[in-house]
Design a binder for this molecule. Sequence first.
Ligand SMILES: [Zn+2]
Ligand SMILES: [Zn+2]
Length: 245
Amino acid sequence: MGPDRRVPETASVWGALERLLLPAACLVCRRPIPEHEADEPVCSGCRFRMRPVAPPWCERCGQPRPLFGACRICADWPDAFRRCRSAVWLEQGARDAVHALKYEGVRRVAGGLARRMAELLPLPGRAAVLIPVPLAKHREQARGYNQSQVLATALGTLWNVRVETEVLTRSRETATQTALTPEARRANVAGAFRVRSGEHPALVIVDDVFTTGATLAECARALAASGARDVTAVTFGRASLPDFT
Ligand SMILES: [Zn+2]
Ligand SMILES: [Zn+2]
């Protein structure tokens, strides 16, 4: 065997050794994760720096109260949509963690995010059902999974509540919401979801990020139209909306 064939072999052995010997890096700050936190993809320092969404807020949607007048975020939500809470502001480390879950295939980050979400709502009863916000089919196929479903599964394990992926589905594709105003977001998702009718226990919608709440409100609207009367929602991140409020 000539040396030219040995090089890649040696390199792959080194790669394996490196993975074995060097501690994993935090996916936010890239520093090595201490051994006692070895199962965490985000180090404790970075987790600590994620800024919780905290009161004073609108009791219903969890958005900081406006300086004047009533909350505009949840004014047109259906009556059945009772409450929504988000764990942390979508900035710096939290944004990186969501990005890793959504675009880098780091599904194991979901456990840590779900732990932050689990404290936000009273423990749902055993009959409650978690409903992940469904992705458009081609997006889920391209990604290989639905990040909201991965979060819901992690949360369901913590809460001991079952996850239902067939109750709420997309009835049509929607454009990416990122660059849209609140009004455009609402129009974009109007009628985008279909509900399989059936029993209606307490439903908890799960999503990765709350931006204007348009997607969650539309999910709740579809669920309410099929008879649901007790809908809440929980997300990991909440985008601050300086331009929209
Ligand atoms: Zn870190
Ligand atoms: Zn509100």
